[in-house]
Design a protein around this ligand. Structure first.
Ligand SMILES: N[C@@H](CCC(=O)N[C@@H](CS)C(=O)NCC(=O)O)C(=O)O
Length: 228
């Protein structure tokens, strides 16, 4: 049985966008797993993987850290229902995941950082305050978020334009069926949904309809997750 180490917030919330990628990848392949929650200050649980970050999976003799490495591992270990059917699919997914990491997440973060902080487990809040405070240059996350939202929601929507153009024409970023690029962007939206009530998308945005489809996937895995 695969064990997935997944970041946990208050009330068993699971916000990590990278862990969501791993969960979607496991579902895509029809694999089941055992879930092990890890708080920010429980890194000893993943020390065996020499990692400070989740997701990590333990799969028989294999220990794999990093969401992209996990996706590659799953395709090698379980060739059925491939995540990457050929080199071109692999390259599109790799590029797409990198775009989400470097453009979508940074555009989203200032809009939700206050809500994130409010939902971190109290025991982990000092760690979050210190680590994210250093990154942002302030520990007043509520004020940073309020300022961020002045232009942040429009900026976030603008960043989504390449995905929007694709989703105007097809159901998923990968065509009629979802694939890894859908999971990468879907993870970003779940990150936001689990911690923040902020309305990120307009109802007539093609990305909005796609997000609804993503929430319904795999027996409503995303929709059923505890949201803000
Ligand atoms: N490149 C890594 C990034 C993983 C990552 O940043 N995980 C975050 C949660 S979303 C984490 O574990 N943070 C722990 C911390 O900041 O201490 C991946 O794709 O898995």
């Amino acid at each position: 049985m695969i064990t997935l180490y997944d970041l946990v917030f208050q009330d068993d919330r699971r916000p990590s966008p990278f862990c969501w990628r791993a969960k979607f990848a496991l579902k895509h392949k029809g694999l089941s797993w055992r879930d092990e929650p890890v708080g920010f200050t429980e890194k000893q649980k993943i020390a065996f993987a020499q990692s400070q970050l989740v997701p990590v999976i333990h799969d028989g003799p294999n220990v794999v850290k990093d969401s992209w490495a996990i996706a590659r591992h799953l395709d090698k270990a379980y060739p059925d229902k491939p995540l990457f059917k050929n080199e071109m699919a692999l390259s599109y997914a790799h590029f797409f995941a990198g775009w989400v990491d470097t453009a979508v997440h940074p555009a989203l973060f200032p809009n939700i950082v206050g809500d994130l902080y409010d939902r971190v487990r109290p025991v982990d809040q000092p760690y979050f305050k210190e680590s994210r405070g250093k990154r942002l240059g302030t520990t007043d996350f509520a004020a940073f978020q309020a300022k961020g939202r002045e232009k942040g929601v429009d900026a976030f929507r603008a960043v989504l334009e390449p995905a929007r153009r694709v989703l105007k024409e097809q159901l998923f970023l990968c065509g009629d069926q979802p694939g890894y690029p859908d999971y990468a962007l879907g993870g970003a939206f779940l990150w936001a949904r689990v911690v923040s009530p902020l309305d990120l998308l307009q109802a007539d945005d093609p990305v909005h309809g796609w997000r609804e489809r993503m929430l319904d996937l795999y027996d409503g895995m995303g929709r059923k997750a505890k949201a803000a």
